[in-house]
Design a protein around this ligand. Structure first.
Ligand code: FES
Length: 260
């Protein structure tokens, strides 16, 4: 798939809570004509825009509108680069390489009629774009979002446009109390499972999917540097050897992962 090095324009920078903000970026309609069409689960590498920081940072594509060429990036403040971007104002420019990696399966024979999307933390980002693309195909996914407490749940209104929403919070402030794997939605039948979030959560979700014999894809959040398969810092052990998460993932079928 063709990759683009581009300068987008910030349209909106919306704080969502103390930790997260949403950047809406206009990547320019001209790129649509050149074939720019990301898949849910793919990511962008963003220039840190901080003096002395040379490496770009990987950020999942949270949403993309094929008509307006607007892309949403959900960002968690975790360091100098993400603090810098938090200060961006409408009209500022942002330097991206996109789209990168391999995204989720959208083949309806694989997805089935009743997929379950399970997200935690900033890992909800790629699931929103996935839910949108599934809903465009006539599928209404079940979407389970988990957080420690309700203030950390984000983008609920947008998620609700694309599927049926369920929650767990560890302190019981919204939805069912506990972890995503405790939710009663697991008592219903699903055709497939997609998940992204903290590694222990994804492993627990993958174990449940396996138990119920649901096909399952996870979007790994391994540390990345180059984002193009050159530095090998993002490798994951798989049934076909060590694979770069940035080029062979970040989305993997759980049958391919050697999680022991
Ligand atoms: Fe460099 Fe994947 S981030 S090889």
């Amino acid at each position: 798939m063709k990759k683009f090095v581009l300068k987008g324009t910030i349209i909106e920078n919306r704080p969502l809570n103390d930790s997260y903000y949403l950047l809406r970026v206009d990547i320019g309609k001209a790129l649509l004509k050149e074939g720019f069409q990301p898949t849910p689960g793919q990511f962008v590498q963003v220039d840190a825009d901080v003096t002395g920081a040379f490496l770009r940072r990987p950020i999942s594509i949270c949403n993309f509108d094929e008509t307006t060429a607007l892309m949403d990036l959900l960002v968690q403040k975790v360091g100098l680069a993400t603090d810098r971007w938090a200060s961006y104002q409408p009209g500022d420019r942002i330097d991206l390489v996109a789209p990168l990696g391999i995204g989720f399966s959208l083949n309806l024979d694989w997805v089935g009629a009743s997929p379950l999307l399970v997200g935690g933390g900033v890992g909800v980002a790629p699931l929103l774009y996935l839910a949108k693309r599934l809903s465009e195909k006539g599928i209404t996914p079940s979407i389970l979002l988990g957080a420690k407490r309700s203030e950390l749940l984000v983008l609920e209104e947008t998620f609700s446009l694309y599927g049926n929403l369920y929650y767990t919070t560890e302190n019981g402030s919204k939805g069912e109390t506990g972890f995503v794997t405790d939710h009663s939605i697991w008592q219903q039948k699903h055709s497939s499972v997609f998940t992204c979030g903290p590694m222990p959560m994804m492993k627990a979700v993958a174990a449940l999917a396996k138990k119920f014999n649901y096909p399952c894809e996870v979007s790994l959040e391994n540390k990345m540097a180059c984002g193009i398969g050159a530095c090998l810092c993002c490798v994951e052990k798989t049934t076909t050897g060590h694979l770069c998460t940035c080029t062979e993932g970040p989305v993997f079928n759980i049958e391919k992962l050697l999680w022991n």
